[in-house]
Design a protein around this ligand. Structure first.
Ligand SMILES: *Cc1c(COP(=O)(O)O)cnc(C)c1O
Length: 361
């Protein structure tokens, strides 16, 4: 059976080599005579998996000695509550920059639980850009400034992270974690659901700076407490073992393929192919994001009519290009081209776009 080019936004495509290895090891993991799904999370075999995943994650990011990497359940959405509850003590506040629907959800959740300030929103502009530092209105003394590095639905991405005189940033990196190098020292918390760029669904990576772990609010539900999870090496309760195992294989794959600098270069080449097809189309394809804030991961665009968009998605599917329909809230086309999407996939999509325009333009 042939594999398709999978442009799904998440759960999303995974590296072929990794899936092959999972298949090879499925019935007998490391000579145990059991699959990873069947062994105890407290066994030496599984402890080795989670320890390797934490250490590879830190090695790939670089400069992360002062951080712990947690592997938790509940999705990135649980961290919308986890972050403010852990970090914001009574009397303090946190600031939120809203550049898309997930960033808005993070803000709304925090606003129920603590005093959260909306520092800027691009909602009136349909989230087609990232604000300039001068536009962002911070409160007097926020515990952190929350932002979403890549806006999965609208297709914009922070090209660099702002510096607010040392106020720690908290970032939702769900859809571009490990897609490019970044300076972790700006962040007190980095979190990401794995199912876009890091692995299957079921596990959420939460990276927390050590000094933050020491100060977390202890009057919150145990399962949300970062210090408890850190102290127990993410095994306070049963973690999502199989997902963590696959994340670990992806981290090995990233390292073997040159780490984050190589990923960034590859992601730039890939996205340039698809954006190139948009820009060369004389307005047949209209990109949603302003050019300087375009995402390397989610390429969003429209066609002249919804009919044409429907037939674009259907025709692409017939040719083995899957998952190109935009998010239900915005419509249009979205090509999600995470780390595991190949250059060949993006070439094929760019060619298909030219051909579709030639026959329908
Ligand atoms: C998908 C996504 C989420 C939601 O993740 P869940 O793991 O489903 O909770 C949050 N933030 C961003 C940026 C996303 O892309």
């Amino acid at each position: 059976m042939e594999r398709v080019f999978n442009f799904n936004p998440g759960p999303a495509t995974l590296p072929y080599e990794v899936l092959k290895q999972v298949q090879d090891e499925l019935l007998d993991y490391a000579g145990t005579g059991m699959s990873v799904m069947e062994i105890s999370h407290r066994s030496k075999d599984f402890e080795a998996v989670i320890a390797e995943a934490e250490s590879l994650m830190k090695e790939l990011i670089g400069g992360a000695d002062q951080y712990r990497v947690l592997f938790l359940g509940g999705g990135a959405s649980t961290q919308f509550a986890g972050v403010p509850l852990n970090l914001v003590t009574p009397g303090r506040e946190a600031d939120y920059i809203v550049t898309g629907s997930f960033a808005e959800k993070a803000y709304e959740e925090a606003d129920k639980l603590i005093k959260a300030n909306l520092a800027f929103t691009t909602k009136p502009e349909k989230h087609n850009r990232i604000p300039k530092k001068e536009e962002i209105q911070l409160s007097a003394d926020p515990v952190y400034v929350h932002l979403c590095s890549n806006n999965t639905i609208c297709g914009t991405q922070w090209q660099s992270f702002p510096d607010f005189n040392g106020i720690p940033l908290v970032v939702d990196m769900s859809s571009d974690m490990l897609a490019r190098p970044f300076d972790i020292s700006k962040f007190s918390v980095v979190y990401a659901g794995a199912q876009k760029n890091l692995g299957p669904s079921g596990v959420t990576i939460v990276i927390v700076r050590n000094d933050v772990l020491e100060q977390v609010n202890k009057q919150i539900p145990t399962m949300l407490r970062y210090d408890i999870h850190a102290k127990n090496d993410s095994m306070y309760n049963t973690p999502p073992c199989f997902s963590i195992y696959i994340v670990n294989l992806i981290l090995r794959w990233l390292k073997q393929n040159g780490g984050l600098p190589a990923m960034e270069k590859r992601n730039q080449e890939k996205s340039a192919l698809v954006y190139g097809a948009i820009d060369a189309s004389a307005g047949f394809y209209r990109g949603h994001a302003v050019k300087e804030d375009r995402s390397l991961m989610n390429v969003t665009y429209r066609l002249p009519s919804e009919e044409l968009e429907k037939s674009f998605v259907a025709e692409a599917k017939k040719q083995g290009l899957i998952g190109l329909g935009g998010h239900r809230s915005v419509g249009g086309i979205r090509a999600s081209i995470y780390n595991a999407m190949t250059l060949a996939g993006c070439q094929t999509l760019a060619q298909f776009m030219q051909e579709f325009q030639r026959t329908n333009g």
